[in-house]
Design a protein around this ligand. Structure first.
Ligand code: XIL
Length: 610
């Protein structure tokens, strides 16, 4: 087969890449918390109310609604999903206020955190009398029905649930705290010992919505100490036994007294990260002493701004801190004055819905905290497998959370090469900027310079706005291999049907299979160096062959390699491998594997054979 007829326009590869990133809301500028947080790929939220306890419906208050949707990308019902609202009489559910909050969030492109499914307080009036005479089996049935009904109702609408809230008692002295007495634990409880009731609640929630992230949420665990240790012990136990838990919520109802310290909070988050557990700041407010009009001193507001900045900075520095939320939209709806008499002024927006110094503290953290680069987050753009890079490999780097809030795809420079600076983002390999395929906060795709060939490792650094108030990441060393072949998947998942064309340049698919003896064109990356070398970021002018020729199998049967090299008209780094379909394969999807040296492409890529 004449290779020159087998050309794939680079726009199609770019289109495949762009589809991976669909869903990021375009946000311009960084004058709001929402836009600044989007540029760090972190959701920022606020506790919100509709009219769950009666009028007025805050979502109908224009200033409130505008601030909530303008400044925040996430909301959590402050009360509307609690038992006293959702199950006002036994077995009868009220989702109206929760639905209204979800609809508001969806209309404004915001996520919803669910709060909460199992707590010792804000229970409906009928429940305590019921618990007084119920058996543990009846309590278990009641809790299971509640969790199943509520989670099922909001399935697909709530991305994360506080499944169990504040289950640990406050420690006295240095004693390890026990579990708090409650109708769910021991009065009468649901018939489980220790943290068994918490485990059961998580299992029921997971059964109702397997896709929702499940959190344990508490206060007083933001810094090291016996209460955090008790929670950590439970999480360790749950993780080791496969109990479905994804995260721990740090409520963060704090004062300006130094608790938690930045180091202490970071340490706690790191201990959770070591278990694969996320952390959310769920209910932050910083209460200040206030005068009779509810206002704090200017000096206290400045101190408070520092506290907000510190907590947000720690969150941005810890890769497992994946959401940040404050407990209320403005002073007007903060819970602090009524629960902590003499205190208030706890949020980043005041009585007039205007930003306070705390807003400035959050913005500073969002705009100046250095991005964190983690070698494990540098992965093949085709397989999402990492650990090793190869010359010319197209890689995706996740988690260096700074960059444009909406996707910016490659641009050609004056020499017709992929530019090395895109929307202020640069990725350096051993100090030299790499050609970029796309940039987005939290996700950037770069082409490993061919200059790394022959090295043991390469040192990667991420920069945003170089030379202009730049934020510069740490450096991360990644091992270099000669080749790490990987095949692009059609649906950008890294597996399933491959990015494969039949010889007539139509996309291979179940409805467009290829016959034995037919030739397919496979697109991938990680093939290593090209004969005659290759220019970084240049569009491949012609068919330059891979230095090390691959072998291949289809359906486990060796396949003849007709061509392996640069993909003509695609950027250097993308590779094309043409294979002849062996005889005798069963019709249907057959696995395709390309091997170069000791490295093989990912499992799970298929070609449709007839
Ligand atoms: C508070 C609400 O903000 C108030 O409106 C309500 O009267 C009491 O509860 N920890 C939590 C939250 O997990 O649910 C609490 O919210 C604040 C403390």
């Amino acid at each position: 087969m004449e290779n020159s007829t087998l050309r794939q326009n680079q726009w199609q590869l770019i289109a495949w890449m762009a589809v991976w990133l669909a869903g990021a809301p375009p946000l311009a500028g960084q004058t709001t918390l929402r836009a600044a947080a989007a540029a760090r790929a972190i959701p920022i939220g606020a506790a919100a109310s509709a009219d769950e306890y009666g009028p007025p419906d805050l979502l109908k208050v224009t200033a409130y609604a505008n601030l909530l949707s303008g400044e925040y990308s996430m909301l959590e019902p402050g009360n509307a999903m609690k038992w006293d609202v959702t199950e006002p009489s036994i077995g009868a559910f009220n989702f109206q206020p929760g639905d209204e909050l979800v609809a508001f969030a969806q209309a404004n492109g915001m996520r919803v955190r669910g709060h909460n499914l199992c707590w010792h307080t804000q229970l409906p009036a009928w429940l305590q009398p019921y618990a007084n005479t119920a058996t543990p089996a009846q309590m278990a049935a009641l809790l299971q029905t509640h969790i199943n009904t509520v989670v099922t109702h909001f399935q697909g609408q709530v991305f994360a649930w506080d499944v169990v809230n504040e289950a640990f008692a406050d420690p006295s002295g240095e004693a390890a705290p026990g579990l708090r007495d409650s109708i769910w634990y021991d009065q009468p409880g649901i018939g489980q010992t220790g943290t068994g009731y918490i485990e059961q609640a998580f299992r029921w929630a997971h059964a109702a919505d397997p896709a929702a992230l499940l959190f344990y949420n508490d206060y007083g665990i933001e810094g090291p100490g016996p209460k955090f240790d008790a929670v950590l012990g439970m999480v360790q136990d749950f993780v080791s036994r496969g109990v479905p838990i994804n995260g721990v919520g740090f409520e963060m109802h704090i004062m300006t007294n130094g608790y938690p310290s930045a180091a202490g909070l970071a340490q706690n988050m790191q201990q959770l990260a070591a278990l694969g557990i996320q952390a959310h700041i769920t209910e932050m407010d910083v209460r200040l002493p206030v005068d009779s009009s509810g206002d704090a001193s200017a000096a206290d507001l400045q101190t408070q701004a520092q506290v907000y900045q510190t907590i947000m900075t720690v969150c941005l520095q810890q890769p497992n801190c994946t959401a940040f939320q404050v407990w209320g939209v403005s002073y007007n709806d903060s819970w602090i004055p009524s629960f902590f008499p003499g205190y208030g002024a706890a949020l980043p927006f005041d009585w007039n819905y205007q930003p306070t110094p705390a807003f400035g503290g959050l913005m500073s953290a969002l705009q100046t905290t250095a991005p964190t680069l983690n070698a494990n987050n540098v992965v093949s753009a085709a397989s999402y497998q990492g650990g090793t890079v190869a010359p010319g490999e197209i890689v995706t780097i996740f988690g260096a959370n700074y960059g444009p809030a909406s996707l910016v795809t490659y641009q050609l420079d004056a020499s017709g090469r992929f530019a090395t600076s895109l929307a202020g983002v640069e990725v350096l390999f051993d100090g030299a900027p790499a050609p970029l395929v796309y940039a987005l906060a939290g996700q950037v795709s770069a082409i490993v310079p061919f200059e790394v060939a022959g090295k043991q490792q390469t040192v990667i650094e991420y920069q945003y706005n170089p030379g202009n108030g730049a934020v510069v990441s740490n450096t991360a060393a990644v091992a270099v291999a000669g080749a790490v072949p990987a095949i692009f998947s059609l649906n950008q998942s890294g597996s399933g049907p491959g990015a494969i064309l039949n010889s007539d340049n139509t996309v291979n698919s179940a409805s467009n299979p290829v016959a034995a003896g037919g030739v397919i064109q496979i697109f991938g990356t990680g093939g290593g160096t090209l004969a005659g070398g290759a220019t970084d970021g240049a569009v491949a002018p012609a068919a330059a062959l891979l230095t090390t020729a691959p072998t291949a199998t289809i359906g486990g049967v060796p396949a003849v390699v007709d061509y392996a090299g640069a993909a003509p008209d695609l950027v250097n780094g993308a590779i094309q491998v043409n294979l002849t379909i062996p005889q005798g394969l069963a019709p249907g999807p057959q696995p395709v594997v390309i091997t170069i040296g000791s490295a093989s492409s990912q499992k799970g890529i298929t070609v449709a054979v007839k």
